[in-house]
Design a protein around this ligand. Structure first.
Ligand code: SF4
Length: 353
């Protein structure tokens, strides 16, 4: 059976990097944060050694398919959204020097509800729950800077100047969405950074011409996710994929080997313990409900009651949680200042689901 891809799929599946007929190196705006060596591999026609798996392609296509859903949600929330016609999207491009071009298709332009006055580029992203949480907490400039670089290129290509950009993101797990506005002066800075990054690739091109064997330096190392997902991994770092340790294996480091049978037994015990904990929690909820009702009848915040071995105090305790509005914080402070205030703390735990 032959499946014909529609026009829209073709438009959005251009290579990340290619040489035009006049020798210009053209980079896709969505790939400006990619490894420059990987871009070079692609532009110079190297064979893909590590193609995407079917599952990963499905994830990618699902993410693309959900982008209009986010735009419609923004529209319902009062944004004035001008979406790109996905069957015939308008290509925007920006020439950076004599031999470098960045091009792409804008997701949408939009004006914020009530206070918005001029259209901004809206860049839509879909993220899994962890990446979504990271984005909301750290802001796009820290969590996914390449998305800001991409939107900055679209902004300069469309308006010829820095403007606020909007990063709208859907959590594919919880199916909620939110947005972040990056102010124009920080868009300008993101644009300069991305230009400096691509400028080095353009300089490599000027010195070497389109030589497939004159490779730029690696931007990442084998431990980085960019390498783990790179279509040219075996060409760049031969043998890495096979020996690459999983995170969980690294944690288990010095542990004794565990057989499948032992692991199964441990899992069964884990399930029994979970059942017992659940029963305890149900009972605990029941007794605390009774005590709360009794305390309310006393008309006091605290009361004494005979326990099995001693008299205990039963009382309501007020606890206050302080929340940080990360969206406002991210809008007010530049990423460097935020990095001093919101720090990352990575821990590992075992999840059985
Ligand atoms: S394997 Fe890593 S360093 Fe090599 S081209 Fe790919 S992303 Fe770049």
């Amino acid at each position: 059976m032959t499946i014909t891809m529609d026009k829209q799929t073709d438009v959005y599946s251009r290579p990340n990097a290619r040489f035009g007929g006049d020798g210009t190196l053209e980079i896709r705006a969505s790939a400006v944060g990619n490894c420059r060596r990987a871009l070079w591999f692609e532009a110079t026609g190297h064979r893909v050694t590590n193609p995407r798996s079917d599952d990963s392609l499905t994830m990618l296509e699902a993410g693309n398919a959900l982008e209009p859903v986010v735009l419609r949600a923004m529209d319902r929330a009062g944004w004035d959204i001008i979406p790109t016609d996905r069957d015939n999207p308008r290509m925007v491009s920006l020439r950076l020097g004599p031999t470098l071009l960045v091009s792409g298709h804008v997701d949408a332009a939009g004006v914020a509800p009530i206070f918005g006055n001029e259209p901004s580029i809206v860049e839509v992203k879909t993220r899994g729950p962890e990446a979504y949480k990271k984005w909301r907490t750290l802001g796009a400039e820290r969590s996914h800077p390449e998305s800001v670089w991409q939107a900055a290129f679209y902004t300069y290509a469309a308006f010829d100047q820095a403007r606020d950009v909007v990063i709208a993101t859907l959590d594919t797990g919880g199916r909620t969405w939110d947005y972040e506005v990056i102010p124009a002066h920080r868009v300008e800075r993101a644009f300069e950074r991305a230009c400096a990054r691509l400028g080095e690739l353009a300089a490599h091109h000027l010195v070497n011409g389109p030589d497939p064997y004159a490779l730029p330096e690696r931007d990442f190392t084998a431990d980085d996710w960019q390498c783990k997902r790179c279509p040219f991994l075996n060409a760049c770092l031969p043998g890495t994929a096979a020996v690459e340790p999983e995170t969980e294996d690294e944690i288990a480091g010095d542990a004794e080997p565990v057989s499948d049978e032992e692991a199964r037994k441990a899992l069964h015990e884990y399930e029994e313990i979970q059942d017992t904990i659940r029963e305890f929690e149900d009972e605990k909820r029941w007794v605390t409900d009774v005590l709360r009702a009794w305390l309310k009848q006393q008309g006091q915040d605290k009361a004494r009651l005979e326990g099995r071995e001693k008299t205990r105090t039963v009382g309501m305790v007020k606890s206050i949680r302080y929340n940080v509005n990360h969206k406002r914080l991210n809008a007010l402070l530049d990423p460097e200042t935020r990095a001093d205030i919101v720090t990352e703390n990575v821990s590992h735990y075992l999840r059985v689901s």
